[in-house]
Design a protein around this ligand. Sequence first.
Ligand code: PAF
Length: 282
Amino acid sequence: MQIITTVSELRQWREAQRKQNNEVGFVPTMGNLHEGHLQLVKAASTACDVVITSIFVNPMQFGQNEDLDAYPRTIEQDKAKLLSLGVDALFLPSVDEMYPRGLSEQTFVEVPDISHILCGLSRPGHFRGVATVVAKLFNMVQPNSAFFGEKDFQQLLVIKTMVKDLSMDVAIQPVAIEREADGLAMSSRNGYLSQQERSKASILYQTLLDIKKAIQAGDRDFLALETRARSALNREGFETDYVSIRNALTFSQAEKDAPQLVVLVAAFLGTTRLIDNIQFTC
Ligand code: PAF
C-alpha cells in the first residue's frame, strides 16, 4: 500500500492509474476505522480496479465546541486494516497540505437548503466543511467512483447534490449501514460512550424500528409518531435533537402517501451525539 502525503505525489499516482486504464475507487474517511468503513473499502474493491482511501480529520467540519482535538486518531491500526484489505494507496495529508492558506481564507462549497436543516441546524457550518473537503479531495484524487456510508444520510445527500450542481464526474456509491449485534449503527463516536451509555445506545435503532412498524401498520400521523419517539428517547436518558420522518426520494417532510420513507434521528447520550436512520417502502 502506497502512503501518499502530498498533492503532487497523489497526482503522479493518479496519472499512473490513468495510463493503465484503471478505474479508481475512493473511500474518504477521518480514520479510526471500524467495520462500517471496511465495508466501504470492500464495496470499492469489488467495483473498481484500484482503491485509494484518505484519512484526514477535517477541522473545517468541526464546530468551535466540538470534539476536533479529542477525535480518535488510530493511524497504525487503520493502516493495518487497510493493508489487510489490499487497499492500493492511502492519502494522509496534513492540515497545511489541505488548507495551505489557512481555514479562514479558504474558498468553500456550500450546498443550499439541505445543509441547514436537521444536523445542519445543530451544527452550523458542518456541511460546508464536509462539502468543501470532499470537493477538494475529489479534485486531488479524481476518482471514478466514491463510496459513502448511508449512516450519514444527510451528508450523502449534500455530496450527491454538490456533485450534480457542480457537474463533477464522480459516481457516488452509497453503502448500507453496518450495525453492532444489538443494532447500534457503527460509528467512531461510539467509542466515547461509557459502559452504561453503550448498553442504552441501541434504543436509538429500536426507536426507528418501532416507527417503521407503526407506519407499515398504517399509522400516517407522522408528527405524532415523531413527538412520541422523541419523548420515549428522552425518558430513556437521551437528549433528542430531532426525529424526522421524510420522503426518502425528495428529503422533504413526508407526505402521507410518500412511497419510500427515511426516518432520521439524532440524540445525545451524555456528551456523545449519535445519529441513525432507516429507509423503507410503505
Ligand atoms: O464521513 C466522514 O468521515 C467525513 O465527513 C468525510 C466524508 C470523510 C469528510 O471529511
